[in-house]
Design a protein around this ligand. Structure first.
Ligand code: CP
Length: 341
């Protein structure tokens, strides 16, 4: 396991499997009445978010707290970056306080990679511009595996605003590593440049049309899961589609599309990383359907981020070699009995 988690490409298949296995143990803890374990006692984690977040920031904070790390939250607005301090000075200032990990979200692609060159602590990329969001891909893989089992040969369609999506990039890397078949769907204006070369190199399919993919008529056949992506209007400077209505007609998971999909495969899963534009890329009937695992994704987010912190920070010299031992988790039992706080 690497010291930092910047890109999903930093993790080999064995690393992904180890994190997901650990997340399973952490998810068990999450269901207990008292969730605190002493695993990261004495460690300090700073969540530094230069962009808004609900799920990622709060789940990293909860993950750190449940593992007894000291967690501190900073945001761009409330920090000295608002007075003009550079990213380098900010990162080195935080690092000088002897923190163990910096969880960072930033609007610039490559910011987490750059910061990792300047600091001694571990850096975890919590989303950098349109580049990557590796812990989102891990929690999506965890959610899919919880429902579908082994992802080898499973078909996942990723649909929407691919150009601006860091979730899509990290998901393709992680899902391919786990043996899934992947089809990405977007209108031509939201299909990233260079996708042809990438899809050929990493063996995933692309489509400008949603309905043939949902009908199982595209090259990978019937879908096991559909991941809808948010239309990121805040990152759009021009008109990528004529009207919201036309986008929904072409690419939204509407009630009609969901009904057709469920008629073909009642077990199909619907994912969305959130936040959702209800009525644009996903109809409320789809978001709230029995097929939707949107809240499972949120729940998995805490367990997966606990697992990531565990693998990067537990142990004297950084990463432990495997998932937590029963003795480590027995610490949770002790905690539940009140002996460890
Ligand atoms: N999925 C995701 O990254 O959500 P937040 O922006 O709320 O963290």
């Amino acid at each position: 396991m690497t010291r930092h988690l910047i890109s999903s490409a930093d993790l080999g298949r064995a690393d992904v499997e180890a994190i997901l296995e650990t997340a399973g143990s952490m998810h068990d803890l999450q269901r207990r009445e008292v969730k605190k374990v002493p695993t990261l006692r004495g460690r300090t984690v700073i969540n530094f978010f230069f962009e808004d977040s609900t799920r990622t920031r709060s789940s990293f904070e909860i993950a750190g707290k449940w593992m007894s790390a000291d967690t501190i939250n900073l945001s761009g607005k409330g920090s000295s970056t608002s007075k003009g301090e550079s990213l380098r000075d900010t990162a080195m200032t935080v690092d000088a306080m002897a923190v163990d990990a910096l969880v960072m979200r930033h609007p610039a692609s490559g910011a987490a990679h750059q910061v990792a060159q300047w600091v001694r602590c571990s850096v975890i990329n919590a989303g950098d511009g349109t580049h990557e969001h590796p812990t989102q891909a891990l929690l999506d893989a965890y959610t899919l595996r919880s429902r579908l089992g082994d992802l080898d040969g499973k078909h996942v369609a990723i649909v929407g605003d691919l150009t601006h999506s860091r979730v899509f990039r990290s998901n393709v890397i992680t899902l391919k590593k786990l043996g899934a078949r992947v089809t990405v769907v977007a209108p031509p204006t939201l299909m990233p440049s260079g996708i042809g070369a990438w899809s050929a190199a990493d063996d995933f399919a692309t489509s400008w049309e949603l309905d043939p993919v949902l009908a199982g008529e595209h090259e990978h056949g019937p879908v096991d899961a559909v991941m809808m992506l948010r239309v990121q209007r805040e990152r759009m400077s021009g008109g990528y589609f004529p009207t919201a209505r036309e986008y929904t007609v072409g690419y939204g998971l509407t009630r009609d599309r969901l009904e057709t999909l469920v008629a073909r495969n009642p077990e199909v899963l619907v994912l969305h990383p959130g936040p959702m534009n209800r009525g644009l890329e996903i109809a409320p009937e789809a978001a709230d359907s029995p097929q939707s695992v949107v809240l499972d994704q949120v729940s998995a987010g805490v367990a997966v981020r606990m697992a990531v912190l565990y693998h990067l920070l537990a142990g004297d010299d950084g990463a432990p070699s495997g998932p937590p031992s029963p003795a480590t988790l027995a610490g949770a039992t002790t905690t539940n009995e009140g002996a460890v706080r």
